[in-house]
Design a protein around this ligand. Sequence first.
Ligand code: NAD
Length: 276
Amino acid sequence: DLSSKTTLHNGVEMPWLGLGVYKMDDGDEVKEAVKAAINSGYRSIDTAAFYGNEEGVGAAIKEVDVPREELFITSKLWNTDHGYDETLAAFEKTLERLDLAYLDLYLIHWPLPKVDKYKATWRAFEKLYQEKKIRAIGVSNFKEEHLKELIRGSQVTPMVNQVEFHPHLSQEPLRSFCRDHNIQVEAWSPLKQGDLFDDDTLKEIAERHNKTVAQVIIRWDLQSGVVTIPKSSKAARIKENSDVFDFELSNEEMRMINHLNKDERVGPDPSLFNKQ
Ligand code: NAD
């Protein structure tokens, strides 16, 4: 169920399924969505400094009746804050906006290879981790080359890599690299931002199980060993997206979905994205 968790390489447990809050307004929209999610059993919330809604997430956390220790809160360091000192300062601001004493997971949002500061940034992540201000540290949008470069000379290997992942972008080689290094892969835009609902293969599999296409995709994430954070601000869909623990895709259905891959992104290629 929604309480099922993966164990990261440092022993910290992270829920397999959470709520993403990208593009939700910092106000009632994000607050109501996070409350609806937590009240229907979600324990993991994925926000970022860039989303501009950390305060709303923090407000929702205060209003629900679930102890802080039972929640798993992720935020991300934005591109303008790469660098050692900049990271320490940006992290404090994130904690203040969320009004939390610690984060469960903090990610470098993008590697920005041309800017070339992600290693200095990671030194600050390691320090915050050692000071126990963050329970687990990770990265987002890192390709194999960026991960290799980061791991070389680092004390802590990232626990998580959050990347674009959906049936049109199955990331096989990167997932295999991450598996070999005990890095948990997490999917962003797992529903390809709504672009998969007309797919005939997914529709057929959904009908077979009396489930929706969204539920089939989320189930495919979980059976692929990928943590997933679908976004919706509607209470009914938030609930629908978590109702995926009472059915199982067969090996053949998993293969059918794997075959939909066409290495097609909705977001930028991380190697080419250097915007600060
Ligand atoms: P998504 O793939 O989760 O799709 C969300 C869209 O699908 C919404 O617009 C919603 O209207 C629709 N939807 C959701 N559930 C539905 C359902 N059951 N039926 C019909 N429609 C449904 O897109 P996303 O928001 O881009 O990605 C999810 C989360 O990943 C984000 O909210 C964010 O937390 C994270 N993210 C991270 C990065 C990164 O660079 N690290 C980038 C993008 C997103």
